[in-house]
Design a protein around this ligand. Structure first.
Ligand SMILES: [Zn+2]
Length: 324
């Protein structure tokens, strides 16, 4: 696909479909992400490696792009079988090493955000059970090499520059080969769907709800400025015109914010009511994604002084502000 980088698309049990793992055929022999923790995914990974002429045991380094379980579940198993080093950005380390405890805290945080934003108790409970059931697709791993924003990773035939690009998750990391103008971007930029700026518990244990979309848009601005001719995403096909795609995303987000502003100008609503007005009766499994999307746009509108929040009985209601 790109000069020594090969894609292995691994099946997942999630709505997103397959996840892309990349083999960097260089020294060290490197996997970027590993797929979710399941026998099916493991078989797909080992047979994908075999087709490329390698064995799992040959892997020397696993690089993690972010904390999501469809990317990290098999990291530990790969490291055990191969003795590979595991590299991840500093902010991801506690999440990867204490996976179960951290996932539990994430669920509690998500639960309180949902209740505070008007999602009914029964939907919140149903979603918590789904999340618990999915937890087995992740697994803890030891990080043996801690990366930092701005680091350089040197291989025999290439150098990758490490950049922290939070938004889709707080730990999103992209890897830039300046010489070949290639960016391994994982879920920071996807071609066929727009990346969810998921509201995620902040790494510092603060209870404030982070402004995930605002953070994400800032990260996209930074990526837009990069000199890149090929983006390798975490799901779906490679992207050749990242600037046009990012501009499309900016337009989509601006339109959606305006639509939400109109809905709030009609009458004050909770974020859940906004999501229902936009997308109708949402599947339980999509409730948190759509809530994240709505709250992201409301953050943008609040930062611009166009919406304010009022709390009634521990539930937040948003109101449009008259134009200044
Ligand atoms: Zn992800």
């Amino acid at each position: 696909m790109s000069d020594g980088i090969h894609r292995i698309a691994i099946p997942t049990p999630f709505a997103v479909g397959r996840v892309n793992v990349y083999l960097i055929d260089d020294e060290p022999l490197t996997l970027v992400d590993a797929g979710p923790n399941s026998a099916t995914s493991f078989d797909a990974l080992t047979s994908g490696l075999a087709e490329l002429g390698h064995r799992l045991e040959d892997i020397e380094l696993v690089v993690l792009t972010h904390q999501h379980i469809d990317h990290l579940g098999l990291v530990s198993l790969v490291a055990q079988r191969s003795g590979a080093e595991v590299a991840a950005i500093d902010v991801a380390v506690p999440l990867v090493e204490n996976y179960s405890e951290e996932a539990q805290k994430d669920d509690e945080f998500a639960r309180s955000v949902m209740l505070r934003n008007g999602i009914p108790e029964d939907v919140v409970s149903a979603l918590s059970s789904v999340s618990q059931a999915f937890r087995a697709w992740g697994a803890r791993a030891d990080v043996t090499r801690v990366l930092h924003d701005g680091d350089e990773m040197r291989f025999r035939d290439r150098t990758l520059h490490v950049h922290h690009r939070p938004g889709h998750s707080p730990t999103d990391t992209v890897f830039h080969d300046r010489e070949r103008r290639v960016l391994i971007a994982a879920d920071h930029l996807l071609g066929h769907i727009s990346s969810n700026p998921l509201i995620t518990r902040p790494p510092n244990d603060s209870t404030d709800r982070p402004q995930a979309l605002v953070t994400y848009l800032r990260s996209l601005e930074a990526t837009r400025e990069m000199d890149v001719s090929l983006v390798l995403p975490g799901h779906g096909d490679p992207i050749t015109d990242h600037r046009a795609l990012i501009d499309q995303r900016f337009t989509l987000h601006r339109r959606r914010a305006e639509k939400i502003h109109l809905l709030l100008a009609e009458r004050p609503r909770t974020a859940y009511e906004v999501a229902q007005a936009l997308w109708g009766n949402i599947a339980v499994t999509q409730a948190y994604l759509t809530l994240s999307e709505v709250l992201g746009h409301i953050d943008v509108l609040m930062n611009d002084g166009r919406v304010r929040e009022v709390e009634h009985d521990s539930v937040v209601v948003f109101e449009a502000q008259p134009a200044a």
